[in-house]
Write a protein that binds this ligand. Structure first.
Ligand code: AMP
Length: 545
């Protein structure tokens, strides 16, 4: 027997429509790329999203077409999110930190029809315009006064396009399983892979993000996502904020400690979200200036592990509760969230922080398991560790354009190695692949090694990540010289210039006579890390990018 309830599709347009009606005067505040602070309401954001949907229609954008964005967190990017998905197109957020080859690859692989681009990123596109010839036009996200003199063909001005349209637009009744947005992950090997979200997965993820036991977002919240809208959709916050009518503050291009602190104070942000690297910058600024975080209730930390000292500083010195979360682009991204249970009130502070250091616990909507090397499901005892696998309505089933089978018996293998305890808390113990996490982004050790190996004086090379005070990790290169050769470190680094993204450049080069190997002849990174456990980076300021 079927239930007799309405089958209303879960659509992204319904989020902004809801906010416009039920939270019409709640504000969205942005630091613009041009400089000044911009503020308007959900009501106006909805009007302008409809106006932008008319722009897209006028430009000939069809349902299912991909619209690229290269943009910071601002109100215009927010409008592009809602207008593209709302009208049935797919919002493809491009990470400007991809190195040139990957940038070209994702634009062509996604077959972006148009690209909406912030002033900051116009030169990035100009540099590759010959290789992305199928893009029909570039919409520069500014007004006529700030339009740059650009070489991009068919460059259009966002505000001029908007001025020509009305906001008379009815959102179409799409299939809730239709594609709504696309994010590429920069994997460790091979080309980036596209995760294609649907309206349904996005709306369900937004409910999941707002729950009291997860990020606890409501109409009482002032949410400041420092995490970029080009990284896993700013962890879904632009959708979750609309779902519950939270005020949202978008920091634009300025992510330094001072700028973020100014926004927190001026707008009384109470939920702030970002990767450890941005919090290190904020904490350093507070330390220097004696600044406080009086308005902040919670600091969401994800993307890489939150360190004990960071959790302690936020909680003890600034009275802001840390919510340590784990996720990945493939999980929309919320996977586990480290809020405590009622019973944990009796824990000592040390025990409580011990629990918060874990990557969080399972939430409704994401089922977790860990699997041993022979495919057996391991016990949830907090000791056994294996590959973390997840499943649920906002977890990827297949990559864009179906590049190979990804599921293992209906579960998504995450590539992270973890323990699970009886409470549902998950702790990452290692990464299945040896990616280097720097400033919340990936650096592929394998890609780097391959480039190094093309140097004639290098016999063998390994890249590993070492801890860095600002960027979490930075790569260092360990080289076995070719027989008879005596290469210089600087020489090898120069060889890498132009072949890799600047911020991938290893911070140091060490020479050894031989590298440790596993039984199957592969370089044993685990042993190498152990051998270099006492190694320290030569410069504290290394790794600027
Ligand atoms: P991305 O898809 O770029 O967001 O990267 C996802 C990966 O980041 C995960 O597979 C983890 O390896 C890592 N990650 C995310 N959150 C955490 C965390 N809280 N602690 C440690 N690693 C994390």
């Amino acid at each position: 027997m079927q239930g007799l309830m309405m089958d209303t599709p879960l659509l992204i347009s319904s989020l902004i429509e809801f906010a416009a009606v039920y939270h019409s005067d709640t504000e969205l505040v942005s630091r613009t790329v041009e400089g000044p602070i911009h503020r308007y309401t959900y009501h106006e954001a909805h009007d302008r999203s409809q106006q932008l949907a008319n722009v897209l229609t006028r430009l000939g954008v069809q349902e299912g077409e991909r619209i690229g964005t290269l943009a910071w967190n601002t109100y215009r990017h927010f409008e592009v999110y809602y207008a593209t998905s709302g009208m049935g197109a797919v919002c493809h957020t491009i990470n400007p930190r991809l190195f040139t080859e990957q940038l070209i690859y994702v634009i062509n692989h996604a077959e972006d029809a148009f690209i909406f681009v912030d002033l900051t990123f116009v030169p990035l596109l100009e540099a590759v315009q010959e290789q992305i010839k199928d893009v029909r036009g570039f919409v520069i996200m500014t007004d006529s006064e700030h339009m740059p003199d650009t070489k991009l063909p068919n460059a259009l001005c966002y505000e001029e396009l908007m001025a020509a349209e009305s906001n008379d637009y009815a959102w179409p009744a799409l299939d809730e399983n239709a594609a709504s947005s696309l994010c590429y992950t920069s994997g460790t090997t091979g080309n980036p892979k596209g995760v294609l979200f649907s309206h349904r997965s996005t709306v369900l993820h937004s409910y999941g993000a707002c729950m009291a036991d997860t990020l606890n977002i409501s109409s009482q919240s002032v949410v400041l996502p420092v995490v970029p809208m080009f990284h896993a959709n700013a962890w879904g916050l632009p959708y979750a904020a609309a779902l519950c009518g939270a005020k949202m503050v978008m920091p634009g291009a300025q992510l330094d400690g001072e700028s973020i602190h100014q926004l927190i104070e001026a707008e009384q942000a109470n939920v702030i979200a970002g990767v450890p690297t941005v919090w290190l910058m904020l904490l350093a600024y507070l330390e220097q200036t004696g600044g406080r975080l009086d308005s902040v209730d919670s600091v969401v930390i994800g993307g890489s592990a939150a360190a004990r000292s960071m959790i302690e500083t936020f909680q003890n010195r600034y009275d802001a509760t840390v919510i340590h979360a784990w996720g990945m682009t493939e999980t929309s991204p919320l996977g586990t969230v480290g809020t405590l249970k009622r019973k944990h009130a009796t824990l000592t502070e040390d025990e409580r922080i011990g629990l918060q250091l874990k990557q969080g616990r399972g939430i409704y909507g994401v089922d977790l398991r860990i699997v041993g090397p022979d495919g057996n499901v391991l016990p949830r005892d907090g000791v056994a560790f294996g590959e973390l696998q997840v499943r649920g309505p906002w977890v990827v089933r297949s990559y864009f354009k179906h590049e190979g089978e990804v599921l293992d018996d209906g579960w998504f293998p995450t590539g992270d190695v973890a323990t699970l305890d009886a409470e549902g808390f998950m702790q990452i113990t290692d990464r299945a692949k040896d990616v280097i996490k720097s400033g919340g982004e990936w650096i592929s050790s394998i890609d780097l090694e391959n480039e190094v190996l093309s140097h004639p004086e290098v016999a063998e090379a390994a890249v590993i990540g070492v801890p860095h005070p600002k960027w979490d990790e930075r790569p260092i290169l360990v080289v076995v010289p070719a027989p008879g050769a005596e290469p210089e470190g600087a020489d090898i680094l120069q060889h890498l210039e132009g072949r890799i993204a600047k911020w991938w450049m290893p911070d140091d080069v060490l020479f050894v006579e031989e590298l440790p190997h596993t039984a199957t002849g592969k370089i044993s990174k685990m042993t190498l890390r152990e051998q270099l456990a006492d190694y320290r980076l030569p410069t504290a300021g290394a790794g600027e990018r």
